[in-house]
Write a protein that binds this ligand. Structure first.
Ligand code: NI
Length: 137
């Protein structure tokens, strides 16, 4: 694939801030940092359009909330076609961590996440999504 060079005009102080940011993030040149920003924007656009995606759902919940473990288990069976894998960690005597890998349409992944996070006893939930990367260079 051909490599195209192009110029960007921007305010000097904005460029200084950008250079400081990418140095903190460990980039060795602006081009790679800008390529990553473009990829982020493309992935975000794909996800908002309901693309095929991979989601990592993290939930922290109280071990003592009655029936929560059963409900979590039931929900994961309900979405067995989307849920690829799950990892359970006993964080402390009282708290559990569940990391759930989901593959499917981004909208379906958001629905699964919302249902899990909304359960009584879940103290924190997080969803990170990416695309399958097929359309990215
Ligand atoms: Ni546990």
């Amino acid at each position: 694939m051909a490599l195209i060079r192009f110029g960007i005009s921007l305010d000097e102080s904005l460029l200084r801030q950008f250079d400081a940011l990418i140095e903190r993030k460990g980039y060795t040149n602006r081009s790679e940092a800008i390529r990553d920003l473009i990829r982020d924007a493309l992935v975000e656009d794909e996800l908002s359009a309901g693309a095929e995606a991979i989601g990592v759902i993290t939930i922290v919940y109280s071990h003592e909330t009655r029936e929560l473990a059963d409900t979590l288990n039931d929900l994961q069976h309900e979405y067995h076609k989307e849920i690829i894998s799950a990892l359970h960690v006993h964080l402390s005597a009282h708290k559990c961590l569940e990391v759930i890998l989901v593959k499917g349409k981004s909208n379906d992944i958001k629905t699964i996440f919302d249902r899990l996070r909304g359960l009584r006893g879940v103290v924190h939930g997080d969803l990170s999504m990416t695309t399958t990367g097929e359309a990215l260079q």
